[in-house]
Design a protein around this ligand. Structure first.
Ligand code: PMP
Length: 306
């Protein structure tokens, strides 16, 4: 049994609890993050990927919901590193920070209520079982930023993700692709989407009702930088572009970079994992695991803090 951070201190996992009366359970009032840490065998070090950016997004999510976290960003950042140390993390791990309305009173309110911050972690290998996915365009539309802020990571919004994912699984697909209410491509159920067409890497911007994504931003930067130096554009994508793309992949903290080789029973490009997907995936894995000194500023070491 490991430890979690709950209500201002580290406790046994079993003691990190909320009541069935909790507003967070009943109404999904809160927001969260998802952070990966990669074990580097050669350095005997665990590197947290873009920790500061994840904490910044978490605090931006809270700000969008109008919630004031109980501690400042520096305290939350330090708590993530301490959590991994307390859990003896010497393998790839996932950290889940959660800011939530910590009240058991009846009404769904975001004001004048205590706000909690909790953190837990677990070992995490690959998120998708298969090397490449068969995705469908969901009949569920992505929640609009004006209904439940899609740019943020509100807990309640994951009903939208879960509905799309459940429909996809029940229909025999691996994953769902959301369209926005207007019918353009938004993102996967918990991952962003890129496609390659005529040599260009294309991804819908975060104004398309998708999360302000850290992996997406990282991949755009890596793709534009040497040695790849590719052309990347962020623009609206229509559904049928998915069917004529040369390559499609999903990306996210948990999903990492996962190729999509079939969409709605149509092969994508050659029907096999494409060259660009493979090359960018290799680049990303090398950088995230600390094999490229030029990108060490994205990494926070857990065991020998700088
Ligand atoms: N979209 C959604 C809805 C997600 O939940 C996630 C996972 N955080 C992503 C995209 C990927 O974002 P990131 O790269 O920041 O993990």
């Amino acid at each position: 049994m490991g430890e979690s951070y709950h209500r201002g201190r580290f406790v046994d996992d079993a003691d990190a609890q909320v009541s069935i009366r909790s507003k967070a359970v009943n109404y999904g009032l809160g927001c969260f993050g998802g952070i990966r840490a990669y074990w580097n065998e050669a350095c005997e070090e665990l590197f947290v990927f873009r920790l500061d950016d994840h904490i910044e997004r978490l605090y931006e999510s809270a700000h969008i919901l109008g919630l004031t976290p109980p501690v400042d960003r520096a305290t939350a950042t330090a708590a993530v590193l301490e959590l991994l140390r307390r859990n003896g993390a010497r393998s790839d791990h996932y950290v889940r920070p959660l800011i939530f309305v910590d009240s058991d009173e009846l009404s769904p309110t975001l004001t004048d209520v205590p706000i909690g911050l909790s953190l837990y972690c677990q070992p995490l290998g690959k998120y998708f079982a298969d090397e490449s996915l068969h995705a469908c365009v969901s009949s569920w539309r992505r929640v609009s930023d004006n209904a439940i802020p899609a740019r943020a990571k509100p807990t309640g919004a994951y009903l939208n993700s879960a509905l799309a994912r459940a429909e996809a699984r029940r229909n025999g697909f691996d994953e769902a692709i959301f369209l926005t209410g207007d019918g353009s491509v938004s993102e996967g159920s918990a991952a962003h989407l890129f496609l390659v067409r005529r040599g260009e890497l294309i991804s819908p911007p975060s104004t398309e009702d998708n999360l302000d994504g850290i992996t997406r931003r990282s991949l755009i930067e890596l793709a534009r930088s040497e040695p790849l130096s590719w052309t990347v554009s962020e623009r609206r994508i229509s559904r049928t572009e998915l069917y004529v793309a040369d390559e499609v992949f999903l990306c996210g903290t948990a999903a990492e970079l996962t190729p999509v080789t079939r969409i709605d029973h149509r092969g994508v490009g050659s029907g096999r994992v494409g060259e660009r997907t493979t090359a960018l995936g290799e680049r990303f894995r090398a950088v995230a695991r600390g094999h490229d000194d030029a990108w060490h500023h994205w990494l926070s070491p857990v065991w020998n803090p700088r």
